[in-house]
Design a binder for this molecule. Sequence first.
Ligand code: ZN
Length: 301
Amino acid sequence: MKGDMPEVAAGRILGHEGVGIIEEVGNAVSNFKKGDHVIISCVTSCGKCDYCKKGMYSHCEKGGWILGYMIDGTQAEYTRIPYADNSLYPIPAGSDEEALVMLSDILPTGFECGVLNGQVKPGDTIAIVGAGPVGMAALLTAQFYTPAEIIVIDQDDNRLAVAKTFGATQTINSANENAIEKVMALTNGKGVDTAIEAVGVPQTFELCEEIICAGGHIANIGVHGKSVTLHLEKLWDRNISITTRLVDTVTTPMLLKTVQSKRIQPRKLITHRFKLNQMIEAYDTFEHAAKEKALKVLIEN
Ligand code: ZN
């Protein structure tokens, strides 16, 4: 996380995504039994607190995003999932289980924080800033709503080429081109209806502020570690909205159906596979994602 999560205790087992097979269940679990195949949600939810009852599992008073952060996570042979009845999803028999790892976090994150909060509608022009796995998840799930144009902005040509195959109608390499000018040229000087920020640094959020059209929506997904300048002197009269969200994973069951029906194919996001004893190599690949052409790196036990 490049130091953006200093609360993580030394020695913590990382990882908040995964699929697995139930080995043992606690007394309070009634929905699952030993041997069941499950998707592990990145968000733990008790299902009983005020936030859970509002569907805001991300702020569950007893859970939220704690896996691989405040409690030991999934990059291990075994992992303990609290409130399992609410925090796990059964995998239908015969599923492509590898692809379903994308339902732990990135697909609901791209969809809920980017597409839903960004209010993507048919005929819209949208921009997705950042073509990492979460940006790609927003790209895949934005197409449920048939936007007219999807502009993907990144600094990595390989990722932009992949974005084209996933449905981007325009790509901009902001390392070589002036992204603001290019977006304005593509939108008759108006800007985009929705700008989805999927990086988490000041420059990319400020880019969204520059390219949003009147009445548009800036939907932040990125995990920010530094303060960002909010240009209210330019935006105060633009009728825009800015949203932030930690993924609630409330759309996981719906997204599972779209994966089962092959409406979206998140398997395409998996670029590398490693065994658990190759963890250092896996992290190395992840760190040098551009050079390794890495999107999602899978680790198998
Ligand atoms: Zn709760």
